[in-house]
Design a protein around this ligand. Sequence first.
Ligand code: SF4
Length: 144
Amino acid sequence: MVKQPRGCFNYRSTIQELVLESLMNTSAPQQATMKSLEAMRKFSETYAKRTGTYFCVDPGVTAVVIEGLAKHKDDLGAPLCPCRHYEDKEAEAAAAYWNCPCVPMRERKECHCMLFLTEDNDFAGDKQVISIEDIRSTTDSVSA
Ligand code: SF4
């Protein structure tokens, strides 16, 4: 049966807004360095395969989350979850609870960013890979 991405595209906007809000708290560019982007892309692929989870049926969701993780890695030295609001990002990164993979993901496979989705999730696609080109084709347009 083909999975229906019910509401997925609305959710994509929500995720994008959350990630952008998180990244716009800085005067630095919103996109990550290629080094961090590639590191987080590889991490995401490897972690999805290891946990038996899948990327969202909408690759735009996956793209903005990976870009957000990579940007936090550049700015904070740790891939702090980009889908949350923080009063103090440095303190949160040091606390590590929301560094990806966060504790809810590690303990219960709960990823509220929709980066890692269990097979039974309505939004789960069938992919555990994404290219740099796919990521940047989304984040070039949302960060412009
Ligand atoms: S695993 Fe946790 S930290 Fe990583 S993207 Fe998902 S919710 Fe955010």
